[in-house]
Design a protein around this ligand. Structure first.
Ligand code: NAP
Length: 281
């Protein structure tokens, strides 16, 4: 039985603002318990413009890993000693950690998304994809789908400029398209917040969805979003956002600890936090 933190307990945290809603403490503390690590994970509210404080914590307080969320993702990318190629291409990090005296920055969202597809038996290689949205999460997904061999990636976004920037991440194969293109896609990915919480809206017309398609939603609260419910009704396969949340955290856990992530325990911890208020469609 755990005796609680001691003088030897290691610290990891998520920094952001707002941060009190974060599921990260539940996921990572479940992972530490499952692996028997004497580590603890907390949520730290940090105001915009203060990211350098977090770098000091990694260098001087012995903090072992930090998850990074809004509004610090780009600022932290500019402060670390070294970026992974993916983080450098995106210009943002979601995870920073010390390694051999240097502070490393990485972005695990895209790989986490692709893993969540593969876990559901969907291999992006050769698929024609439409991504709805062009923000931070959409860009990570577009880059990872390109790396995973998607044949064509259409990007639909309210503001054309954001869509052009996302398309530039995968030259030749990614293009700005209209929402109608989703009707011809093998895989449709919602990377907008439409459908989050009690929002009943769909990010595209349900008539564009049908059998033979896979519809993925990055939104995980509710677990079954209005888009996923509509896709199921129209005979499409669906992939929810919880898998991405768990897999991106799993990559962070692995980078910080050197251990394989206990994904099952992390998924259970996340699901138990979301499910009670997750009414589905
Ligand atoms: P973001 O950087 O703020 O980007 C939001 C994107 O959605 C932008 O392209 C924006 O378009 C578009 N958008 C916002 N409201 C819209 C609306 N009402 N109608 C149409 N488009 C709209 O946010 P983000 O970090 O990319 O996150 C996007 C979603 O993914 C959030 O719901 C987030 O919770 C979820 N997410 C999930 C995971 C996971 O692990 N499952 C990870 C990361 C993010 P404009 O460019 O025109 O403003």
């Amino acid at each position: 039985m755990s005796t609680g933190p001691s003088g030897r307990t290691e610290l990891a945290a998520v920094i952001g603002r707002p941060i009190r809603h974060s599921l990260s403490p539940a996921l990572f503390n479940a992972a530490f318990v499952a692996t028997g690590l004497d580590w603890v994970f907390v949520a730290l509210e940090l105001e915009e413009g203060r990211a350098a404080v977090a770098i000091d914590a990694l260098r001087h307080l012995g903090v072992r890993g930090l998850s990074v969320t809004m509004p610090h993702k780009a600022a932290m990318a500019a402060l670390v000693d070294e970026l992974t190629p993916t983080a450098a291409a995106l210009g943002v990090v979601n995870s920073v950690f010390p390694r051999h005296g240097r502070i490393m920055g990485t972005s695990t969202d895209g790989d986490g998304f692709v893993d969540s597809l593969r876990e559901e038996g969907v291999d992006p290689e050769g698929l024609s994809v439409v991504v709805l949205g062009a923000g931070g999460a959409a860009r990570a997904v577009v880059l990872a789908l390109g790396q995973a061999g998607a044949r064509r990636i259409g990007i639909v976004n309210r503001s054309p400029q954001g869509a052009e920037q996302a398309a530039a991440l995968v030259p030749e194969r990614a293009h700005v398209v209209s929402a109608q293109a989703a009707g011809e896609a093998d895989l449709i990915v919602n990377a907008t917040p439409v459908g989050l919480g009690s929002d009943p809206s769909l990010p595209l017309e349900a008539s564009l969805l049908g059998p033979g398609q896979v519809v993925a939603d990055l939104v995980y609260h509710p677990l079954v979003t209005p888009l996923l419910a509509a896709a199921q009704r129209r005979g499409a396969r669906t992939v929810g956002g919880l898998g991405m949340l768990v897999h991106q955290a799993g990559y962070q856990f692995q980078a910080w600890t050197g251990l394989e992530a206990p994904l099952g325990a992390m998924a259970e911890a996340a699901r138990s936090r979301i499910a009670p208020s997750s009414s589905g469609a």
